[in-house]
Design a protein around this ligand. Structure first.
Ligand SMILES: [Zn+2]
Length: 257
């Protein structure tokens, strides 16, 4: 039984490529200062217009390599049907107990896509459950006969993340803080472009998907917007539910005037 953490920061998202869009620069920045990062995608993208599940998996792995994450996994929750059920919570608990992150990044809790906002609640409740000493996910799985993919045979001890932050890039809300990704935006873009089936210029679904050049302009503009809020070039926005805590007033960043 091993309880050695795999990563310090775990980003949980509904779809492959969500993390690349909302907090990929932050993961790159964390990695650059020696913080281990990981990604859990809840679905495998089988409902997408473009690309097979196998293609999308290869793309997700290529993106993970660019982002330098220590671990990336995907659950088997149906694409377009991310629901806050006990079974889904347990699947995430098993990952939380194996990865043992101090910080979990979730999508913001309101938005256009139900999978995104459902992931926020599902992920939050899984983080809570994961800390319950009496919850033995292996025992539950054996009782219910449920088979999870990927299967985790061994028991991992309870683990509750210390901090949850919400990646709010898709949401029209004022962030609690932003992370300066100025030095990492090109690599973030490369990670997103690893999803060739989604973002390469092509015929299939071309009315639905924007051309590659426009993706660059859009994502850089959004990052520039959030950067301007904090006086840096490019940034990614986050919301935390807790208040901020300060030791030294003279060290609070972001100039007032
Ligand atoms: Zn998504």
């Amino acid at each position: 039984m091993s309880s050695e953490p795999i990563a310090d920061v775990l980003a949980i998202a509904a779809h492959r490529d969500d993390v690349e869009q909302t907090c990929g620069g932050t993961l790159l920045r964390m990695r650059s200062i020696g913080v281990r990062t990981a990604i859990l995608d809840l679905t495998r993208g089988e409902a997408g217009t473009r690309g097979s599940v196998g293609e999308r998996e290869a793309e997700a792995n290529a993106a993970a390599e660019i982002l330098g994450v220590a671990w990336r996994g995907a659950l088997d929750i149906p694409d377009g049907r991310v629901e806050n059920t006990y079974e889904n919570r347990l699947k995430i608990v098993e990952v939380l107990r194996r990865v043992r992150p101090r910080v979990v990044i979730l999508p913001y809790w309101t938005g256009r896509h139900p999978d995104h906002y459902n992931t926020a609640t599902l992920g939050y409740e899984a983080c809570f459950l994961s800390g319950l000493a009496r919850l033995d996910t292996v025992a539950v799985r054996i009782q219910t006969g449920a088979e999870h993919n990927p299967p985790h045979a061994e028991y991992s001890p309870p683990h509750r993340p210390f901090k949850i932050v919400y990646a709010s890039l898709y949401a029209d809300v004022r962030p609690s803080f932003v992370v300066d990704i100025t030095g990492f935006i090109e690599d973030r873009h490369r990670a997103l472009m690893a999803y060739r089936s989604q973002y390469g210029n092509q015929q299939q679904g071309s009315g639905l998907f924007v051309p590659e050049e426009e993706i660059r302009e859009r994502t850089f503009s959004v990052a520039r917007h959030y950067g301007l809020l904090a006086g840096v070039r490019y940034a990614e926005p986050f919301v935390q539910k807790e208040v901020g805590l300060v030791d030294d007033l003279t060290l609070i960043p972001v100039q007032s005037m």
